[in-house]
Design a protein around this ligand. Structure first.
Ligand SMILES: C[S@@+](CC[C@H](N)C(=O)[O-])C[C@H]1O[C@@H](n2cnc3c(N)ncnc32)[C@H](O)[C@@H]1O
Length: 311
């Protein structure tokens, strides 16, 4: 499906903000995501985050209990940026991009061809948890910013445990820190804009989760959830994306998209004063805007939780 209208599936990392909140790859509100349309933004964000995820994937490859990786499932792959990275880090493996949005899988396929990885990267259209039965057995299941889009996270995790080969591992990218892209005081409006956006995003995210099909509330203790589905936690680490000012044109473009998404997704929750500030930030002609100011940066932390199945 290209549009998850029944229940909100946000984009990137689940929230309107960049990593992990509504800004990323989210639709207009908690009940209307159009993942296909978010393709370019997800791709741009993935490309900016390659260093961060490369470090994470190499950490997994080097874990004492690391399996010999012959097949990887990238669950909720989006446009396949990380899928291709996984194919590079695990050169002996075939990597399957699994996603519920065909338009994003087409992007993943095209990217794999472009990078010369077409013979080792496949795509699988699957809407989880309904299509868990379509998953093939694997040595590594990577779910990057995708599990939180599924109502029954425990059920999906149990499904992953069921297709892991002995010695295999699951890696969840969930949580981390709210992304920062501007100083606390930007010289316009009340200082602390991003902290206020984070609070609204958290609220938005809670509503998004409640609206998911078969939504079940879970304490986000990933180690405990791993244990509950018979997997053994192997480690948790956070990885930094640190792009100081001055930003490249591409990174700046990404920051602009991320604020535009927050402005859109959080409109009903924002104060009039903060809307006015966001409109100035998004105005290409405003010297205080994101297109022209010199103090824009990207600082993000993503957490990766790994658990394994016994041999
Ligand atoms: C935020 S994006 C993450 C993309 C990529 N993994 C990353 O980390 O940048 C979430 C992806 O999960 C997919 N998705 C959301 N809910 C899904 C579901 N129930 N079944 C399969 N895919 C889903 C969306 O289509 C989207 O591509």
């Amino acid at each position: 499906m290209t549009k998850h209208t029944e229940h909100g599936h946000d984009g990137n990392h689940g929230q309107p903000q960049g990593h992990g909140h509504a800004a990323h790859g989210h639709g207009h509100d908690a009940g209307d995501f159009d993942w296909g349309v978010l393709g370019p933004m997800l791709e741009q964000e993935g490309e900016l985050s390659l260093g961060q995820y490369g470090e994470a994937a190499r950490w997994i490859a080097g874990l004492p209990a690391a399996p010999e990786v012959r097949r990887v499932l990238d669950i909720g792959s989006g446009p396949g940026v990380i899928t291709c990275l996984l194919a590079e880090v695990f050169p002996e493996a075939e990597v399957i991009a699994v996603d519920g949005t065909p338009a994003l899988l087409e992007r993943a396929r095209a990217r794999a061809e472009r990078l010369g990885l077409g013979d080792r990267v496949r795509t699988l259209h699957a809407e989880l948890p309904g299509d868990l039965g379509k998953l093939e057995e694997a040595d590594l299941i990577w779910a990057g910013n995708s599990l939180h889009h599924m109502g029954d996270q425990r059920g999906v995790l149990a499904g992953f445990a069921g297709v892991l080969r002995p010695g295999g591992a699951v890696a969840l990218v969930e949580g981390g820190l709210p992304t920062r892209q501007l100083p606390r005081d930007i010289g316009i409006g009340r200082p602390g804009l991003e902290a206020r956006l984070d609070a609204l995003s958290a609220d938005w995210f809670a509503d998004m989760r409640v609206a998911l099909p078969d939504a079940k509330r879970e304490t986000e203790d990933w180690s405990a959830l791993f244990g509950a589905v018979g997997l053994e936690p192997q480690g948790t680490r956070s990885f930094l994306l640190d792009l100081p000012a001055p930003l490249s044109a591409r990174a700046r473009e990404h920051v602009v998209s991320s604020f535009a998404r927050q402005r859109e997704a959080l409109t009903d929750r924002l104060t009039a004063e903060d809307i006015a500030v966001l409109d100035r930030l998004l105005d290409p002609a405003d010297p205080a805007g994101l297109h022209r100011r010199d103090d824009v940066f990207v600082l993000a932390a993503r957490t990766v939780h790994v658990a394994g199945r016994g041999r």
